[in-house]
Write a protein that binds this ligand. Structure first.
Ligand SMILES: *Cc1c(COP(=O)(O)O)cnc(C)c1O
Length: 226
């Protein structure tokens, strides 16, 4: 796997737009992440708290760490001191915990609301309806240490391109509906749409993504045996 070459290729594809690349490095060792770092990557995505903390401790401090996996409330405290963006906020109770832990460090933590856009049952995330309830919920106005900066979604795992496109389009429409909503609380701004992985990032770009989360196309297949 020529990591530097993969990154260069992706950067070239992104050069004309304003879409950021997040290198999803879950299961990969620090030495492999450092290859990506040397090739210019400063945004890394991880889906497990402990793994992210370990890598954070060992790696340069100008890295922006993105939590992209399902986050349990009892583990929030380990990442609040340093995490750059939590992509996977899927409940108000999780937001309350993030707020509580962030307050201890007097640090505002940026978050994305994960939206359930795929048909599969197993995926986490809010429904559209729940998102609109959430922004009207008074609770959110008290979460001074949480800043929502956008939405995140995962499309269905399918080779059916038009289905994937529809799901991304749905997320973009929701993003726009929120962005142009006149009574968004201060805790919610709409700037980022995190969508697109190795198999579907070209479609995601066309549908308005601002953040791609790419693992396999940079680092190769993951080996879960460890
Ligand atoms: C693993 C993962 C990715 C990256 O997937 P690839 O297909 O390897 O690019 C993106 N987003 C989330 C939430 C993931 O868990």
């Amino acid at each position: 796997m020529d990591i530097a070459k993969n990154i260069e290729q992706l950067q070239k594809e992104l050069a004309s737009g304003n879409c950021k690349l997040i290198a999803v490095s879950k299961t990969k060792p620090v030495s492999t992440l450092m290859d990506a770092y040397e090739a210019g990557i400063r945004d890394f995505g991880e889906n497990k708290v402990q793994e992210m903390v370990e890598k954070y401790e060992q790696m340069p401090k100008d890295i922006r760490w993105h939590m992209i996996g399902h986050l349990q409330r009892n583990k929030v405290k380990y990442i609040t001191p340093f995490v750059h963006l939590i992509h996977s906020v899927d409940s108000i109770r999780l937001m309350e915990e993030i707020n509580k832990q962030a307050a201890k460090h007097d640090r505002t933590v940026s978050c994305l609301l994960q939206v359930h856009i795929a048909e599969e049952e197993s995926k986490y995330g809010f429904s559209d309806e729940e998102i609109f309830q959430l922004i009207r919920d008074e609770t959110i106005q008290h979460l001074k240490y949480v800043q929502v900066v956008g939405v995140m979604g995962m499309a269905s795992f399918t080779s059916n391109e038009s289905k994937v496109r529809k799901e991304f389009e749905h997320l973009k429409l929701l993003f726009d509906a929120l962005k142009y909503n006149d009574d968004l609380p201060d805790q919610v701004r709409m700037e980022e749409i995190s969508m697109g992985m190795s198999s579907d990032y070209q479609i995601a770009i066309e549908e308005g993504s601002t953040m791609l989360r790419i693992g396999t196309s940079i680092f190769g297949e993951r080996n879960y045996q460890k």
